[in-house]
Design a binder for this molecule. Structure first.
Ligand code: SAM
Length: 282
């Protein structure tokens, strides 16, 4: 079953052949996230189980919560997106989560459509102005070439068949459309940093990543090229001064003042985290 918010205009974007059923789905279960539940989620569920995002539903929009770095990355990803060049331009956000990209797109002139497996996250994305589509990034119920921009932020490393998600991203792009993404590399260093070290920190959920799904940057570039997108990649990381100030505030239990979150900056190594952007040919 494919579901979407009634009145979202979603039908107009879809191929009728792919739609089996459409219903309203925005009944969000009550808040359940506690630190214990959050930590336990990864212990009782297999690694990378999407149900973890339901247990973490209250964390999405907490600037200093377990998804803090997603906020920093969303800002950096949005910086790669230029203002829309035509009225009605569409940005499809694959694996949009709770729509953290939305505030950073404000004023750029896109209609922001988000696709995600997790309904509790999508409900929050919808509340932030995202047209929400409950679906799989490897089989997106939208027509070929509908998107001026496709974003895939911190998604590919969660998709068992990341090549299928890349194929969908490229299929959705109109000729000249822009793909922007960030993901974790398939290296020993990324597994060390993002899993072994990060998951020992008190606020990082255990089991949120399956290191077996991390995405080799050269394979990703080659896969995008096969689908007509010339992807340029670069390593990124949090800027050190901002990160140290943020960690110090975390230790003191102090909230991050507006505008003081760490910045994501380019770095010479793609070995852990990297961004990609490229346009579809034609
Ligand atoms: C790490 S979060 C990133 C969310 C968002 N892009 C951001 O940066 O804030 C990964 C998201 O991908 C979603 N996801 C995982 N596998 C998916 C799939 N096959 N199709 C659609 N969404 C998926 C999860 O539900 C989750 O919301």
């Amino acid at each position: 079953m494919v579901t979407a918010a009634v009145g979202s205009g979603w039908l107009a974007l879809t191929s009728p052949n792919t739609v089996d059923d459409i219903t309203e789905v925005w009944s969000l279960p009550g808040s359940r996230a506690t630190l214990v539940a959050m930590r336990d989620a990864g212990l009782v569920l297999p690694r990378n189980d999407p149900r973890q995002y339901d247990d973490l539903a209250d964390e999405w929009w907490r600037p200093d919560g377990v998804f803090a770095m997603l906020h920093w990355l969303a800002r950096a990803r949005a910086a790669l997106v230029p203002p829309a060049t035509r009225p009605g331009a569409l940005l499809v956000d694959l694996g949009c989560g709770a729509g953290l990209l939305a505030p950073h797109l404000a004023g750029k002139g896109y209609r922001h459509v988000g696709v995600d497996l997790t309904r509790s996250a999508l409900a929050q994305a919808a509340a932030h102005g995202v047209t929400a589509v409950n679906g799989d990034a490897t089989a997106v119920p939208l027509v070929d070439g509908c998107a001026d921009v496709v974003a895939a932020g911190e998604l590919l490393e969660h998709v068992p068949d990341w090549r299928a998600a890349v194929a969908e991203a490229c299929r959705l792009l109109r000729p000249g459309g822009l793909l922007v993404l960030d993901t974790l590399n398939d290296t020993a260093l990324a597994r060390l940093v993002a899993v072994r070290i990060a998951e020992r920190l008190p606020t990082v959920p255990r089991g949120i990543h399956d290191p077996g799904l991390f995405v080799d940057d050269r394979e990703l570039v080659a896969e995008c090229a096969r689908h007509g997108v010339d992807l340029k990649v670069r390593g990124v990381r949090p800027g050190v001064p901002g990160l140290l100030r943020w960690l110090a505030r975390q230790v003191r239990g102090a909230a991050t003042p507006a505008g003081q979150a760490p910045r994501i900056v380019p770095t010479g190594s793609r070995a852990v985290l990297y961004q990609g952007h490229g346009r579809r040919d034609g």
